[in-house]
Design a protein around this ligand. Structure first.
Ligand code: NDP
Length: 397
């Protein structure tokens, strides 16, 4: 059906590459390109399909990107590099006439600031070019938006309360490690919390609000209120929402390490002088922390991510909980990566599949909840992330 170019050969890129290769009826030609070509070659070797092409590209450089796009001529680019590269890749897509998909909203390198405005500003240009850009198509953002769209379509006339709950109950047996890119992860967690209530955003101190929530097959886990980017698009696309929040679990050991990292200045994202060299402490820290891609082998337990929703159907109040549990070991056996990379990479592949099948093909820039959730939900069950529903249970939130 079409040619796909994956940019980024990290944990998520590796999963995307495995999954597109498993669907050759949809993805007829595949290329994986990243800053370090040897990493792309290693992914191809692990998959065992020499027909997958590889290339080196600096995704901060629009000219390099357009040269690559013009020679490979992909139908869609799956951007699973870092959020810093979103805008350069979108620019290059416009220049070369290629559609676009990513899993994280653009962030400037020098401020940890999460909002869609930079990417939404491209809407008219993508529309005029007849190209589709699908934003935030990992698990959260991604499946969290599709779950919400599915709930709105099938189970509610009006969604009023939305809580996205993200639990990682896995154990990687390291004193401290992050499950995806440490720089991106620590920037996200150390910022202020924020949630939406009655038309306004309420700001909290970092990790100030927390409570124990019970996750299926896992049990109660302390869950912390964070700001997460999909809240911005979901409250815009579902104006009946009165309150929207995002919760993520952290163990005490993790939080203690994080506090120390912050207290000693290692979470700083500004440059400091070190022996006449400029270094960014958080980037240096990334270099000494365990590589998230190496956690898979000894990772036990599972993730559980879902949406807990309260709203009205036929004038009556109902609750609905839709979720997926993903085993780190099963993810590792299939792709060599742990569950957090797996739960991000599978939806990115499905989003590209939706585009190539013509189901999510619409000129402009879109968040996932703006498309039909049904064919995506069907593929989640087929591609390794089956979902479950609880009707009218206690949401605890
Ligand atoms: P990694 O750090 O493991 O991988 C990032 C990859 O991008 C690496 O291969 C890196 O190359 C490459 N890269 C970085 N900068 C450039 C550049 N300038 N040009 C070309 N390639 C570049 O990250 P993850 O795989 O863990 O995460 C990938 C993305 O997925 C991130 O944007 C992250 O925010 C997002 N994510 C989304 C989630 C969701 O549910 N929506 C959850 C988890 C992650 P090199 O190896 O040479 O450094």
């Amino acid at each position: 059906m079409g040619k796909v170019l994956i940019i980024g050969a990290g944990g998520v890129g590796t999963v995307v590459a495995h999954k597109v290769a498993q669907n050759p009826d949809v993805f007829t030609e595949i290329m994986i390109a990243s800053r370090t070509k040897s990493k792309c070659d290693a992914v191809v070797k692990a998959i065992g399909n020499p027909a997958i092409k590889t290339a080196r590209v600096d995704a901060d450089n629009v000219d390099e990107l357009t040269a690559l796009f013009d020679s490979f001529k992909p139908d869609i680019v799956i951007n699973v590099a870092l959020p810093y590269q979103d805008l350069t890749i979108m620019e290059a897509c416009l220049k070369s006439g290629v559609s676009y998909l990513d899993t994280a909203n653009y962030e400037p390198k020098d401020v940890a600031h999460f909002e869609y405005s930079w990417q939404w500003a491209y809407k008219k240009r993508f529309e005029d070019a007849g190209l589709t850009a699908i934003l935030g198509c990992g698990f959260d953002p991604g499946v969290s938006g599709v779950y919400t769209a599915y709930a709105a379509k099938h189970h509610f006339d009006e969604i009023q309360y939305l809580d996205i709950v993200d639990c990682n109950a896995g154990n990687h047996h390291k004193a401290f490690a992050t499950n995806f890119n440490p720089e991106i992860n620590i920037r996200e967690i150390t910022q202020n919390g924020r949630y939406y209530e009655n038309g306004q955003w309420v700001t909290t101190k970092p990790l100030e609000i927390h409570k124990a929530l019970t996750y299926p097959n896992i049990g109660p886990r302390d869950s912390y209120l964070l700001y997460h980017e999909e809240l911005e698009s979901l409250v815009k696309n579902y104006p009946t929402i009165k309150r929207a929040r995002f919760w993520m679990t952290f163990g005490q050991e993790y939080l203690t390490h994080l506090r120390v990292i912050q207290n000693i200045g290692m979470a700083r994202i500004d440059e400091v002088d070190y022996n006449g060299m400029k270094i960014v402490p958080l980037q240096f820290l990334k270099a000494v922390l365990p590589n998230p891609q190496d956690l898979g082998e000894n990772y036990e337990g599972e993730t559980s991510i879902g949406c807990r929703i309260r709203g009205l159907k036929d004038g009556k109040e109902h609750t609905y909980y839709v979720y997926n549990n993903c085993s780190h070991q099963a993810a590792y056996k299939e792709t060599g990566m742990q569950g957090v990379s797996y739960t991000t990479g599978v939806p990115a592949m499905i989003g590209a599949m939706m585009y190539l099948k013509g189901l999510w093909k619409r000129p402009g820039v879109w968040n996932v909840e703006e498309f039909d959730p049904d064919p995506f939900m069907e593929q989640l069950n087929k591609q390794g992330l089956p979902w479950h529903e609880v009707f009218d249970g206690d949401l605890e939130v």
